[in-house]
Write a protein that binds this ligand. Sequence first.
Ligand code: XMP
Length: 509
Amino acid sequence: MQEQILILDFGSQFTQLIARRLRELNVYCEIHPYTKVPKITPDIKGVILSGSPHSVREENPPQPNLSEIKGKLPLLGVCFGAQYLAHFFGGEVGKSNSREYGRAHLEIKDKNSKLFNDVADDSVVWMSHADTILKIPSNYKVTASTHDVKIAAYDIEGEETSCIQFHPEVYHTKEGAKILKNFVYGICKCKGDWTPASFIETTISDLKTQLGDEKVILGLSGGVDSSVAAMILHKAIGKNLHCIFVDNGLLRKNEFETVLESYKHMGLNVKGVNAKDKFYAELNGVSDPEKKRKAIGKVFIDVFDEESKLVTNAQWLAQGTIYPDVIESVSVKGPSATIKSHHNVGGLPDYMKLKIVEPLRSLFKDEVRRVGKELGLDENILNRHPFPGPGLAIRILGEITPEKIRVIQEVDYIFIEGLKSHNLYKEVWQAGAIFLPIQSVGVMGDERTYESVVALRAVSSTDGMTADWCHLPYEFLAKISNEIINKVKGVNRVVYDISSKPPATIEWE
Ligand code: XMP
């Protein structure tokens, strides 16, 4: 039985962070919307109520059904969760009139509170709320305050319920991890059995049962998710896994050959399909990035469909779906507007009639990497930067031609290899080169040139939702720029993108 913590989501932007912090403590957890509290089973060792953009004082505040939870299981209320358990159980929440955003210093009032075991007095915590708890019921006990907030934390006597108005999950709360650890280990008595090794063992055994002798098809992209999904399926069903790796002609220089070789080296049953010409034909004359995406998606499905038919009797399609996609689809707020619909290229037509298997659907990205590492995934694939599905098509502004692809592949190659040889690759979250639809004047030798401009982009980020441009050393940029102009025919100017996201995006499209 896999022990777990249930996180009820009230829509806070930080809910996923709570889950990630618990997973880092080797404790499995699931996020469910507060409107759909799952059945409480013995594997659930405790429950966390998340923060929320809502207020308990609004007309129809979120009201979860806690009848099987409060007083029966360890419970941690965070921010809105804390206000909810005060306001609706005999206390009072009002509008805050002091500063309750950002850093504050914790004064622990009850040294016996298990939640603050070993947490230093004066520790920095991060607040973010417009409401505040004004009064708590008589069986509640204040366990911590801050300068501005008297009831920063409380316990409910006679229950294993602890509440905090600050956010333990954010990086700025210095001892946040310790507080969460106290909850899951000290109060919920979790054993910490969620490790890459245990995930692999359980998943392999489950996949064996689920798939039996049936054949599975999987589209590899060269990215971490599909590669890890392939490896774990391979361990479970061996040759019954049929991988297809399509060369759309929009990958990085030498990428197709190198990655295919790594896959073969890993023992995967993989077929490389060169479909470049089909993609180029469909992209011919297309400038609009959304139309490029549609064209690429369409050809991909055609090629994939054709290749899958060659695998006789395939019954399953494996996908590298990961947990953030799953949460997104059941989110309290509904699908997030910030996620582009096209990010998961390759929704397959219904007529393929394949059953879907998603071995990584409970994992966060960093966990996929940990699992990949444990499975012995090639370092080259494990640590690579994210790369968009439509590839260089959205890094060439305007129409795509084989010549522009050649140029941008060469430029990108020099940049990426340079980052690697200067030990900068791992510091950067994502990097690449963009072919701009303009030409500019230059001089080379005694001649005037009129050639293309390329932009280099390197960003730091954790999930691609926000990003900052990397402050790469000037000497490095100078060297790379020189090398590009000297070696890549057709380029006479290099610029470096110094925009953050938002308001810019990572890709130029
Ligand atoms: P933007 O440009 O929106 O990109 O800041 C955020 C992250 O998403 C990647 N990206 C894509 N990935 N298909 C993908 O699989 C796409 O169409 C696509 N567009 C952007 C981008 O590379 C960055 O990592």
